[in-house]
Design a protein around this ligand. Structure first.
Ligand SMILES: Cc1cc2nc3c(=O)[nH]c(=O)nc-3n(C[C@H](O)[C@H](O)[C@H](O)COP(=O)(O)OP(=O)(O)OC[C@H]3O[C@@H](n4cnc5c(N)ncnc54)[C@H](O)[C@@H]3O)c2cc1C
Length: 488
């Protein structure tokens, strides 16, 4: 069962090694951030991390390594249901190659490879083709447990508002907490939400769609699709994996539609997955960053060949290219879809169009939404018109922090750090996919460390003056403080 960290002898031995490795790195580092008291007379959190998926837990672990220990990591789902792996992801294996690192933050005994070898030996590792989806989740939970990161499951962030130079956060538990920094590690949809097609007769908010039209990233009970004819809007990874899952569960037919004339052929993000690009992209000027990501967004990634092969082998699976949908009418018995080539009738429709980036849809930070600086604010109107999607991405600072469109209007905004897909235009793919995670989490943790330190510089300097360390006490040359000459 996922949700419990499964163990065996090999893993138990590896846990010991990993804990010893962490101890050798003096982990967790001693907390160095001075305490502050909030308006509620309680200690202010230094960082509230929202979301304990792959990104949030890695940031939490990074903060503990950095000596920023007064944090909370909250996760609205129950243990084992964080992220898509055990919920809405419907592929048997990860797309990524098995050797990727990231959640380990550079500790060899915390890598996926170490975790896998501990259970299956070197031979098993060599035989492994790609990482099984649920193994990735079990591995993440294992890392979390070994590094001793406390995650509060079942606790959601509802709303953030400014409170002087702090942020006030309302949690689903009814608590209100004050924090100096908030990290939104709230997932792929965390900078917007599901992308729904804009079709004249379709309203995703209309309850008539229930049981008839699903977004592929919603919970779907595939047993209800037995014998059905399914129309799928989209031909990329998630669309195909949902089509396959439906057919494997007994659906009669699954037809995937695309506007494009054929599948995208090249995964451009693979070509930029190396340290130079990962570290350097966020340091480039606006022109370069805009050029790179408008190209990337337009290019789209092909579905993994494993997903296409999975579909090809299934009876009832098909693609229909160059056939955009013009309208969709949902009724009690099914769905009528009008395409550029004709009219189709389906029992069920799955919308596989992914996520939108649109900060006005992020409910948790609605209080700040109208003043969040976007790429639209720094590009010409012609560029914005030609790249409407890219223009909606937030324009983040070097430490993933949101910036104000009109300075001074929404104090506190810059203390919210966006560590999710919405950061790609500003930073590159450092907060979502596995390959950039090490660079991204490290950069974010360093930025938080820097900001917390500089904000407290007067206290740190006072402490520097006051610090007393009787290094020479055991010798004949020790001079008590009140007898010393000069600054020491
Ligand atoms: C189907 C699918 C397959 C993927 N396959 C790959 C792959 O093979 N390789 C790869 O590199 N990447 C892959 N990705 C991309 C990426 O690795 C994953 O999306 C990964 O889960 C990103 O981690 P995350 O921490 O950003 O988000 P998530 O894992 O989604 O975690 C975010 C967490 O935040 C929580 N949360 C959200 N809002 C709140 C709130 N208000 N309060 C409290 N908690 C909240 C959510 O419950 C969630 O658990 C895939 C993504 C998907 C969707």
């Amino acid at each position: 069962m996922v949700g419990v960290v499964e163990d065996d002898e090999g893993l138990a031995a590896l846990r010991k090694i990993a804990r010893h490795d962490l101890a050798r790195l003096n982990y967790p580092a001693a907390n160095w951030v001075p305490e502050r008291t909030g308006p509620d007379a309680k200690r202010v959190l230094d960082v509230l991390v929202v979301g304990a998926g792959m990104c949030g837990q890695t940031v939490g672990y990074g903060l503990l390594r950095e000596g920023i220990g007064n944090i909370r990591v909250i996760e609205r789902e129950t243990h084992g249901r964080e992220g898509p792996w055990n919920t809405t992801a419907r592929m048997p294996i990860l797309r990524s190659p098995k050797h990727l690192t990231g959640p380990d933050l550079g500790v060899p005994s915390l890598t996926f490879r170490a975790w896998y070898e501990a259970q299956h030996g070197l031979g098993g590792w060599e035989k492994l083709y790609k990482i099984a989806r649920l193994d990735w989740l079990k591995y993440l939970l294992w890392v979390r447990e070994v590094v001793g990161l406390k995650v509060e499951n079942g606790v959601g962030l509802l709303r953030v508002e400014p409170a002087g130079d702090l942020l006030r956060a309302d949690l689903s538990t009814g608590e209100t907490v004050h924090a100096r920094k908030i990290v939104l590690a709230n997932g792929r949809d965390g900078s917007g939400g599901f992308r729904w097609p804009s079709l004249p007769s379709f309203d995703p908010g209309n309850p008539i769609r229930r049981g008839r039209v699903f977004h592929t990233l919603e919970d779907i009970d595939f047993t209800t699709l037995v014998g059905r004819r399914i129309g799928i809007l989209g031909v990329l990874a998630t669309a195909i994996d949902n089509a396959c899952t439906a057919l494997e569960a007994g659906a009669a037919e699954a037809v995937c539609f695309a506007r494009r004339p054929h599948l995208p052929q090249v995964n451009k993000s693979k070509g930029v997955s190396f340290p130079g690009f990962q570290r350097g992209q966020g340091m480039l000027d606006d022109d370069w960053r805009w050029k790179i990501y408008t190209y990337m967004l337009a290019a789209a990634s092909p579905p993994p060949h494993e997903s296409v092969l999975r579909g090809q082998k299934l009876k009832g699976f098909s693609f229909r290219f160059a056939e955009p949908w013009l309208d969709m009418i949902v009724d009690r018995d099914g769905v009528t879809v009008k395409t550029a080539k004709g009219t189709e009738r389906f029992d069920t429709v799955l919308i596989g169009t992914g996520f939108d980036v649109d900060m006005s849809r992020v409910r948790e930070i609605a209080a700040f939404a109208t003043n969040i600086k976007l790429w639209a604010d720094v590009r010409s109107s012609g560029e914005v018109k030609a790249n409407a999607e890219a223009a909606r991405y937030p324009y983040l600072g070097r430490g993933f922090e949101l910036a104000e469109r009109i300075p001074g209007r929404t104090p506190g905004l810059g203390n919210i750090h966006l560590f999710n897909w919405g950061s790609i235009l500003s930073q590159g793919a450092l907060a979502g996919d596995i390959p950039g995670l090490f660079v991204g989490a490290t950069r974010l943790v360093q930025a938080l460390s820097h900001a917390l330190f500089t904000a407290d510089i007067e206290r740190h300097v006072q402490n520097m003056h006051a610090v007393e360390d009787p290094e020479l006490a055991p010798t004949d040359y020790f001079v008590p403080r009140d007898k010393r000459v000069g600054t020491v």
